[in-house]
Design a binder for this molecule. Structure first.
Ligand SMILES: Nc1nc2c(c(=O)[nH]1)N[C@H]1C(S)=C(S)[C@@H](COP(=O)(O)O)O[C@H]1N2
Ligand SMILES: [Mo]
Length: 260
């Protein structure tokens, strides 16, 4: 007599070993996937030109694509949120001092701002020249990429007022602005729309008082549409270009755009 074959239900042990087998297979497949993705990235072409040369191109591509998205929505009509002065910190946070040796004396009176024009001429501007222009104040939440933010109160001259006063309109037709400390060891590059945003200041005051050295005396950049890294302290020179100017933190892997 022929018996019909009945499928025996799996015992608990069999079930466990089957699951272990599946898990192991999945683990191996995922590991291989991770390894090959990593190897693809590791062997991927590197950027050749520009200030981020040497960085893996696919990684920079993500940042550059993000920048394109941000730039499409960027408008001079979109203002960063501002606060009443009473909310501004009395003890303003200090972050870092690359390009401004705080142990060495610094002669603020001898300081001059140099603006490099397209003609090759260099404007040499004193702090009093800048103070003679309309003063603008802003209270906003300053944000550092290291994870802190603080509402602070700054005063100075709008970058666009400097542009108008010194007739730098040919210069602002270009794509970028570069700023450097007098010793050239800290430097940032800014896209022109952000530099000419109405809240961008060349600041000489904090909390209504002249800037202390550690906050960038006599003149620093305050650019609320960017993270702290772009807010260069102790400005020495300003220049204009169509190529991305060198940028201290972008050279070290941070996003060139660093917008908020
Ligand atoms: N010259 C110079 N400017 C600089 C820096 C710096 O190290 N050197 N640090 C930047 C960073 S990372 C931040 S968060 C802000 C901090 O400004 P604060 O020290 O006045 O808070 O300055 C920016 N500007
Ligand atoms: Mo920062």
């Amino acid at each position: 007599m022929r018996t019909k074959k009945i499928k025996k239900p799996l015992t608990i042990d069999q079930k466990i070993s089957r699951r272990t087998f599946i898990s192991f297979g999945a683990f191996t497949a995922l590991s291989a996937g991770a390894f090959f993705s990593w190897r693809w990235l590791y062997n991927s072409p590197k950027e050749v030109g520009g200030i981020t040369k040497g960085a893996h191109a696919p990684l920079r591509r993500v940042l550059n694509n993000n920048e394109q998205v941000f730039r499409k929505t960027f408008s001079h009509k979109n203002l960063v949120k501002t606060y009443p002065r009473s909310m501004a910190a009395k003890q303003v946070r200090y972050n870092s001092s690359i390009g401004m040796n705080l142990k060495a004396p610094f002669d603020v009176a001898a300081w001059r701002l140099q603006i490099k024009k397209l003609s090759g001429d260099v404007l040499t501007i004193t702090l009093d020249d800048l103070k003679a222009l309309p003063k603008t104040e802003i209270v906003f939440a300053f944000k550092c990429v290291e994870g802190w933010d603080q509402i602070s109160h700054w005063g100075g001259v709008k970058f666009t007022d400097v542009i108008d006063h010194y007739k730098l309109h040919n210069e602002t037709e270009l794509a970028y602005v570069g700023l450097e400390t007098p010793d050239k060891s800290y430097y940032v590059g800014l896209d022109m729309p952000s530099a000419t945003h109405p809240q961008t200041l060349l600041a000489y005051e904090v909390n209504g008082r002249p800037l202390p050295l550690k906050h960038g005396a006599p003149l620093r950049l305050i650019i609320p549409v960017k993270y702290g890294i772009k807010n260069l302290k102790r400005i020495g020179t300003i220049s204009f270009s169509n190529n991305r100017p060198r940028d201290y933190w972008a050279e070290r892997g941070y996003d060139y755009y660093s917008g908020l």
